[in-house]
Design a protein around this ligand. Structure first.
Ligand SMILES: [Zn+2]
Length: 173
């Protein structure tokens, strides 16, 4: 099993909006739609984080196969997903990657226990939602650019306008 550490800078920054849509579908059990949105995020993203989107996409496809009683498909796609969902920080871009990995492991243990013949008996309540926190963003009050929070500092990339998150609670909460 791959366990190399990925560049942790990839874990800073925002989740691609299509990946967020995909995870919403995932959590509704709409695994085909989840796959579509995550694929768009994977295609549009240039940072290494795209690999994580691909991993989540493959978990969605694995679950889709399970709901369609496709044992071999589920086992094959899950095996493929491992290299994309390992090596990240436990929480990366606000996505709870460790929780997702553990949920998928539990699902696949059950799939293997049931085996090809009894996969139809799979209890879909084992499909747990992906958890994530969306970072807050603000429009700069001086120039209107998008400001992003990082380590409690909120900085405008355009004009350098800056807040500290302790000030932000006064202004924005
Ligand atoms: Zn600005």
């Amino acid at each position: 099993m791959p366990n190399e550490s990925r560049a942790s800078e990839s874990c800073d920054g925002l989740i691609h909006p299509k990946a967020i849509e995909g995870m919403h579908f995932f959590n509704e059990g709409k695994f085909f739609d989840a796959h579509e949105e995550l694929e768009t995020a994977w295609r549009e993203e240039t940072d290494d984080i795209r690999d994580l989107y691909r991993g989540i996409l493959q978990i969605a496809v694995t679950y889709l196969h399970i709901t369609r009683n496709n044992y071999d498909g589920a086992v094959k796609v899950y095996a493929r997903s491992l290299k994309w969902i390992h090596g990240w920080r436990d929480v990366c871009r606000g996505i709870h990657v460790k929780g997702l990995r553990e949920d998928a492991e539990r699902v696949m243990k059950e799939v293997e226990r049931l085996g090809r013949e009894r996969l139809g008996e799979f209890d879909t309540s084992l499909f747990k939602p992906v958890q994530w926190n969306e970072k807050r963003t603000w429009a700069c009050d001086r120039c209107g650019s998008l400001m992003v929070e990082k380590n409690c500092k909120v900085t405008c990339p355009n004009c350098g306008n800056r807040f500290d998150c302790s000030d932000l609670n006064l202004y924005f909460d």
